[in-house]
Write a protein that binds this ligand. Structure first.
Ligand code: ADP
Ligand code: MG
Length: 486
């Protein structure tokens, strides 16, 4: 497929996202059993998860707490009364034959969130709704050559679905939106936000229309994108597919398409079903969810410091440049890491620099999260403290940092072992400074006549005499006072 740029054409893309976030509650949505990942198959199940007759669901209060947090953090209205509905369809890994969800009365509705675009501007994306639902189990097709295996551990895991208005216009905006959602759920600590493991999933609805048109075109729905990159690529592909189709006289058919990351294309999975196909009706086993003012106030009071507030605090309290504060607070765990490493160091910019350049470089190279980073914030704190106290040079800091990646040793142990501690002993440096001045009478004279640029020369000579171990700031001061006093 040609890579025609959407901006060059007479077409505009319209995109709306449905994002599922798996909540990090301890137990399932309607049954008192763990949702812990990685348990032996079919061990985290109760008769309810198996769809046995006579079993009744009981709502997990934390599911409501978590979704209300999300609603408040995204400026939603919170319905004081909302109900659960049954969404009826058959899945082999869904024994009840229906999914408990919400239909015409979602608990959160009408919010918005602001996404950050590459050029530094922000764009508001409106939210239609956020509702509660349960996940299905898992069908495993690739372990037994003859059978599909079913694991019901995941069945009944609490999810929230965040549905956006069709306000998104480009693949880049779509991934920026996902980044923003991940950031918010992580800050709220309601979901780990891991797309690879499926804790955060996204369906993208995509249509095109001639530029200037206000009516919506027919949409397709894309599934199976498990990274921000893939969200972007799949939408890009789909926009181009639709444009070519229409320009060649075809029409877009409403359907669900699967993204194939290996072949880099979307493929038809099924024709798109409509809401009425699911025969939604209120679940008679669950009472309406009533939100009291007290409950709401309690949750409001428990909301943590959110990303934008934290960013502003980093600028005001630590005097960091806006850009540093932005990068550090983008990911809650990185911001936590920074603050733990800082822990009282006078120069926050020095800590920010090493986190933003060195730490993030390693995370990128190894494709890991800050949670898996091998240097603890406490160890990094010691390293930066050594540098800020002029105990080591900046190049020694780099050497020690690299060494710390490979071992559990502390920064000061490595500095001693590698003989990298700077000499700040004036008794040792004094004779070296005197010698260098005595050996260079011409330079000394010119310096005194005003050629202050020669300072670098003197310091360099002393550094050489000390085999690179002298503290250059201290040497500078000593040379200065010597030359000025004579
Ligand atoms: P369904 O479950 O049938 O997909 P939802 O209402 O849950 O329906 O989600 C619809 C999503 O599709 C929303 O994010 C909405 O913004 C988006 N959407 C609706 N119509 C269009 C369209 N013509 N083009 C692009 N996105 C659309
Ligand atoms: Mg959908």
């Amino acid at each position: 497929m040609s890579s025609l740029a959407v901006t060059d054409t007479a077409w505009e893309a319209v995109i709306g996202l449905e994002v599922h976030a798996q909540l990090s509650t301890k137990s399932k949505a309607f049954a008192p059993v763990s949702i812990e990942y990685g348990a032996a198959p079919n061990t985290n199940v109760t008769p309810l998860c198996l769809g046995h007759p006579g079993t009744l669901p009981v709502l997990n209060e934390n599911l409501v707490r978590y979704i209300v947090k999300m609603g408040l953090a995204t400026n939603c209205n919170i319905a004081r009364k909302s109900i659960f509905a049954r969404k009826n369809y058959f899945y082999p890994d869904m024994p009840k034959g229906y999914q408990i969800s919400q239909f015409d009365t979602p608990i959160c509705y009408g919010g918005h969130l602001d996404i950050r675009l590459e050029d530094g501007t922000t764009k508001r994306v409106n939210l239609t709704r956020i509702h509660m639902e349960e996940d299905a189990g898992k069908s495993i097709h690739d372990q037994d050559p003859h059978n599909t295996l079913i694991d019901l551990n995941r069945s009944g895991t609490p999810l929230i679905e965040i549905v956006s208005e069709p306000d998104i216009r480009t693949p880049q905006e779509a991934s920026a939106y996902m980044v923003r959602i991940r950031q918010i759920v992580q800050y709220l600590e309601i979901c780990d936000g891991n797309m690879e493991e499926g804790s955060l999933r996204c369906d993208a609805n995509v249509s095109i229309r001639p530029k200037g048109e206000t009516k919506l075109g027919t949409r397709t729905e894309l599934k199976n994108m498990n990274s921000f990159r893939n969200v972007e690529r799949a939408i890009q592909y789909e926009i181009e597919r639709q444009i070519q189709l229409v320009e060649n006289g075809g029409t877009v058919v409403q359907q669900t398409r699967l993204w194939d990351a290996n072949r880099m294309e979307t493929r038809q999975m099924r024709s798109k079903e409509e809401a009425h196909d699911y025969r939604y009706f209120p679940d008679p086993d669950l009472p309406p969810v009533i939100i009291t003012e007290e409950f709401l106030k309690d949750i409001e009071a428990s909301l943590p410091e959110m990303p934008d507030v934290r960013k502003d605090r980093f600028v005001n309290e630590y005097k960091l440049p806006e850009k540093d504060a932005q990068i550090l607070t983008e990911n809650k765990y990185l911001a936590d890491f920074f603050e733990n490493a800082l822990n009282g160091i006078d120069n926050p910019k020095a800590v920010s620099n090493i986190v933003i350049t060195e730490v993030r470089r390693v995370l990128n190279e190894e494709n890991i999260g800050i949670e898996e980073f091998r240097i603890s914030p406490e160890r990094l704190h010691e390293l930066v403290s050594l540098r800020e106290g002029d105990k080591i040079s900046s190049s020694a800091m780099q050497t020690i940092f690299n060494e710390m990646l490979e071992s559990d040793k502390s920064a000061s142990d490595i500095a001693k072992e590698k003989n990298l501690l700077q000499v700040s002993d004036t008794g040792f440096l004094e004779p070296l400074v005197e010698q260098v001045i005595a050996d260079n009478p011409d330079e000394s004279a010119r310096y005194r006549e005003g050629k202050k640029g020669l300072m670098g020369f003197f310091v360099g000579q002393v550094m050489k005499q000390s085999k690179g171990k002298a503290n250059p700031q201290l040497v500078t001061k000593m040379v200065q006072s010597k030359l000025d006093s004579e």
